[in-house]
Design a protein around this ligand. Structure first.
Ligand SMILES: *Cc1c(COP(=O)(O)O)cnc(C)c1O
Length: 433
């Protein structure tokens, strides 16, 4: 067992990793002259080397061709979003017509809510998780109010399970989700649930949530900010009505990158209301510039504007790497890498770190969320801040989530077993200091 805790073991694992070459495709920030151990891919993924070339291609085309860049040569801007459509569909397990890259996550969530949250007196309510990412809660609460309903009764926030010892790690059992859907079912207009919970790293069975929600008569949408590029998704088969996500976390498309949106094929020609813009208009007649809106079938029909081409460009580079790796191989590596981190924490740091994330690999992605119990004579939040800052000084970058969680996400596209060893050694050094 203890053989696992050695540089030789970590190096041998990395040498045998079929995806190791992909690490070379990323720019890794330096710390004291060597690569940082970067575990923040769940917050801002690293820059693929090809991102710059794709951005420069756009700048060059703009310089040389100006307005004609829309219609001429390689990577024309008019259909530019189509360049990412198929590789993106592969990453999320959708048909190409079910996905579109546009806007930002929260903007897409609002656009989806306009179409898919249609509350009535009998069915006004939204079911969501308590402790959701704030933007999601703000969006949902504001939509409930916008429709003239009262969030106090109509925004139902399910609390995580409380174990027998009264502690709470923020984990939801499927049984409690099922109970909530059964209990509130007749009043539910909509369920919005995360693919992976941002604070705890818990992954959910999306197909089961969609099945239960639909059986109760509700619409079901997912926020996949922490799931896309992290877990193999099968959105079409899972039956989600819609999903939204961003591309700057595990998708490595850069700060504020153009986001993603999924609309299930069964809604491709929906009569539901939507907020319309000219880029969602049927392409064959868009430039007749007529007054009547006639949507493009599928997710592209929700586009508003011609997209920011410079913002989309890095996503092309990122998706090339996902296509090269393939989600199944990435996931296989991710399970090994995060499993290695978990094993070493249990072997070497029990009593110092508590793992909040479920230990079943099926119920998590890359991220482990850690609570610091004690060390250096400190406890709880103070111990957490102290370790977090010590790690950063050692070139090991995790991230901090209030009130007391350190998130460590080994991203399988670029992290290594050697990175994981560095985290564990640094945490041991902190405890011993
Ligand atoms: C990262 C994240 C967001 C961010 O929203 P933006 O609109 O991209 O700023 C929203 N929701 C969740 C769950 C997230 O993890």
């Amino acid at each position: 067992m203890s053989a696992l805790f050695s540089d030789a073991y970590a190096q041998a694992q990395d040498a045998a990793d079929p995806l190791l070459a992909l690490r070379e495709q990323f720019l890794i920030p330096k710390h004291d002259g060597r690569d940082q151990a970067y575990f923040c891919g769940n917050s801002l993924g690293l820059q693929p080397r090809t991102a710059r070339a794709h951005v420069e291609e756009v700048l060059e085309k703009w310089a040389m061709e100006a307005v004609e860049g829309h219609f001429t040569g390689q990577a024309q801007w008019m259909p530019y979003h189509e360049l990412v459509r198929e590789p993106l569909a592969a990453v999320v397990g959708a048909e190409p017509s079910e996905v579109v890259a546009m806007n930002s996550l929260t903007a897409n969530l609002h656009l989806m809510l306009v179409s898919f949250y249609r509350p009535t007196r009998e069915r006004p309510a939204i079911l969501m998780e308590a402790g959701a990412f704030p933007s999601d809660r703000y969006a949902l609460e504001s939509q409930v109010r916008f429709h003239g309903f009262d969030p106090a009764t109509d925004l139902i926030e399910l609390e995580p399970d409380t174990p027998d010892d009264g502690s709470s790690s923020g984990i939801f059992s499927m049984a409690s989700i099922a109970r909530a859907i059964a209990e509130h079912g007749p009043r539910l207009a909509l369920i919005v649930w995360p693919g992976v919970q941002y604070r705890t790293g818990q992954a959910f069975d999306l197909a089961e949530i969609a099945r239960l929600g639909h059986a109760a008569g509700a619409v079901v949408g997912f926020d996949l900010a922490h799931a896309v590029g992290n877990l193999p998704l099968r959105l079409h088969d899972a039956g989600a009505d819609f999903a939204v996500w961003c591309h700057y976390k595990y998708m490595n498309a850069g700060p504020g990158a153009v986001a993603g949106c999924f609309v299930h094929a069964r809604h491709a020609r929906t009569e539901r209301p939507r907020f319309a813009g000219w880029w969602g208009h049927d392409q064959s007649t868009r430039f007749r510039m007529g007054p009547e809106f006639s949507p493009t079938p599928g997710a592209e029909g929700w586009q508003l504007s011609n997209p920011p081409i410079l913002g989309l460009a890095p996503l092309r580079g990122s998706l090339e790497l996902f296509a090269r790796a393939g989600m199944p191989a990435l996931r296989e590596k991710s399970v090994r890498l995060t499993g290695y981190l978990e094993t070493l924490i249990r072997q070497r740091l029990a009593g110092t770190l508590q793992i909040l994330t479920p230990d079943d690999p099926e119920r998590r992605g890359a991220q482990l969320s850690l609570r610091v119990l004690q060390g250096q004579g400190l406890q709880g939040r103070e111990a957490g801040r102290s370790l977090f800052e010590f790690l950063a000084r050692a070139g090991v970058l995790g991230d901090w989530r209030e009130p007391d969680v350190i998130r460590i996400s080994p991203a399988p596209l670029y992290n290594t077993h050697a990175d994981v060893m560095r985290f564990v050694r640094a945490a041991e050094a902190w405890r011993a200091a």
